[in-house]
Write a protein that binds this ligand. Structure first.
Ligand code: UD1
Ligand code: UDP
Length: 376
C-alpha cells in the first residue's frame, strides 16, 4: 500500500524550502500518495512561491488575517488541520522549521496520532526570546517530532544533546540549497519577466546593498534603529544604492516607509518573487538582513552578510566568515557597512563562496530515508 504523505507549510520561507521536497516525493508515485496543505499563514508572499514552483495545494486553509496575532493564528491552524486529517488521514505529516504553522500543525498531528517529520530540525539559540517565538516553536516541534531532518552536523548535535536518538535523525543539508539550484536552473533556461521588471526599477550599475528584515524581536526600536542606519548609509554614500524589498507585515512596513521614503538612492519595493530575489542576491555587493533563509543562501553565492541580530541559530556561516552579527545598534550597522564598502581586504575575506548548508541533495536524502524505512 502507498504511504500517505502530507506536506504542510504556510509562510514564504517554508514554501521555498518545502517546494523541492514536494517535487521529490511526487517522483515516487508508486510509493507515496503525496498531498500539499498550505495554511496560508502568509497569502501574497506564499502565492509568489507556489506560482514559481508550480505547486497547486490540495488543501488551502487560507488563514492569513491582516495584522494577525499568535494566539488566533495558532488556534486556527490546529482546528483547521483536523478537517484535513479527517479527509486525507496521512501516515506522515511533514512540517518545516520554526513558524506558527509548523508547531501548530505538528501539535495537531500529534493529537491525531500521525507521525511528525521535522525538516530543518535542531537549529537552536537556546534563548527563549530570540528569535521570538521561533526558538520555542522549533524546540516544541522537536519534542513532537518522530523523525528529524537536520541540515548540518551542528543541528544534529543539538538534538543528540537533547536526548533524541541518533536513529531518528538524518543529516541532509538544507533544502534551501535544493531550491536555490532549482531556481538558478529554471531562470537560466526560460525568460523571467520578474527579473526584467526589477531591472527597470533599480540602477544595476550602482553598488547595491540588499536589505531585508522582519524579525518580531526587532519590531519597534530595532526597526527604527535599522532604518536610521540605512538612511545614514544612503546619505553618506551617494554612489551606493540600497534596494529593500519590504516584508508585508504592517509592523515592518510602517517604520520602513516612514523613515526611508523619498531618498533617490533608497529603493523600497514589494517582496520579490523568489527567482528575482536570487538574481538580486547574485547582483548585489552586500546583504544586510535579519532573515534566516538569506543567511543560508548567501554563502553559496559568495555574498557577505551583515545580520541584524545579536545571535544566530546558524553558526556555520559565521564560522566560515561570510556572516557577521551586527545586532540592531544604529552606529554598529553604519560602521560595519562603511568598512565593507571601502576596506577591500575585509570585504574579500567575507565574500568567499562556501556551502556549509548543503549540496542540493537534501530532499533526495529525505525521500530516500522513507523509501528505506519501508524495507526495515
Ligand atoms: C512569519 C513567521 C516567521 C518567519 C516569517 C517569514 C511566525 C510566528 N512567524 O513572520 O517565523 O520567519 O514569517 O517571513 O510564524 N502579511 C501580508 N501578506 C503576506 C505575508 C504577511 O499581508 O503574504 C502581513 C499580514 O498583515 C500578516 C502579517 O504580515 O498578518 C504578519 O504575518 P505573520 O506570518 O504572522 O508574521 P511574520 O512576521 O510574517
Ligand atoms: N525572499 C524572496 N523575496 C524577497 C525576500 C526574500 O523570495 O523579497 C526569499 C529568500 O531568498 C529566502 C526567504 O525568502 O529564501 C527568506 O524568507 P524570510 O526572510 O521572510 O524568512 P526567514 O528565512 O527569516 O524565516
Amino acid at each position: 500500500m502507498k504511504r500517505k504523505i502530507l506536506i504542510v507549510f504556510g509562510t514564504r520561507p517554508e514554501a521555498i524550502k518545502m517546494a523541492p521536497l514536494v517535487k521529490e516525493f511526487q517522483k515516487y508515485k508508486n510509493n507515496f500518495e503525496t498531498k500539499v496543505c498550505v495554511t496560508a499563514q502568509h497569502r501574497e508572499m506564499l502565492d509568489q512561491v507556489l506560482d514559481f514552483f508550480e505547486i497547486l495545494p490540495d488543501f488551502d486553509l487560507n488563514l492569513m488575517k491582516p495584522g494577525q496575532n499568535l494566539f488566533t493564528l495558532t488556534a486556527d491552524v490546529i482546528v483547521a488541520m483536523k478537517s484535513v486529517f479527517d479527509e486525507f488521514s496521512p501516515d506522515y505529516v511533514f512540517v518545516h522549521g520554526d513558524t506558527t504553522t509548523s508547531t501548530a500543525a505538528a501539535l495537531a498531528s500529534f493529537y491525531a496520532g500521525i507521525k511528525v517529520c521535522h525538516i530543518e530540525a535542531g537549529l537552536r539559540t537556546y534563548n527563549k526570546l530570540s528569535p521570538f517565538p521561533e526558538e520555542m516553536n522549533r524546540q516544541i516541534t522537536g519534542r513532537l517530532a518522530d523523525f528529524h531532518f537536520s541540515p548540518t552536523k551542528v543541528s544534529e548535535q543539538n538534538l543528540l544533546k537533547e536526548g533524541i536518538s541518533k536513529e531518528v535523525i538524518t543529516v541532509t543539508g538544507n533544502t534551501v540549497i535544493d531550491a536555490l539550484i532549482y531556481s538558478s536552473k529554471k531562470v537560466n533556461s526560460i525568460y523571467n519577466e520578474d527579473i526584467q521588471i526589477l531591472k527597470d526599477k533599480i540602477d544595476i550599475n550602482k553598488k547595491i546593498l540588499l536589505v531585508t528584515g522582519h524579525r518580531r524581536e526587532n519590531h519597534g526600536d530595532g526597526f527604527i534603529n535599522i532604518c536610521r542606519a540605512l538612511k545614514t548609509i544612503a546619505v553618506n554614500n551617494k554612489d551606493v544604492q540600497i534596494v529593500y524589498p519590504v516584508h508585508l507585515n504592517p509592523k515592518v512596513m510602517e517604520p520602513v516607509y516612514d523613515i526611508l521614503s523619498g531618498y533617490d538612492n533608497i529603493k523600497l519595493i514589494d517582496p520579490l518573487p523568489y527567482p528575482a530575489f536570487v538574481w538580486l542576491m547574485n547582483k548585489c555587493y552586500l546583504i544586510i538582513t535579519d532573515s534566516g533563509g538569506v543567511q543560508e543562501e548567501a554563502p553559496s553565492l559568495g555574498k557577505p552578510v551583515l545580520v541584524m541580530r545579536d545571535n544566530t541559530e546558524r553558526p556555520e556561516a559565521v564560522e566560515a566568515k561570510t556572516v557577521l552579527l551586527v545586532g540592531t545598534n544604529e552606529k554598529k550597522i553604519v560602521d560595519y557597512c562603511q568598512m565593507l564598502l571601502y576596506d577591500r581586504l575585509k570585504y574579500d575575506e567575507m565574500k568567499n563562496i562556501n556551502n556549509p548548508y548543503g549540496d542540493g541533495n537534501a530532499c533526495k536524502r529525505i525521500v530516500d530515508f522513507f523509501l528505506k524505512e519501508r524495507d526495515n
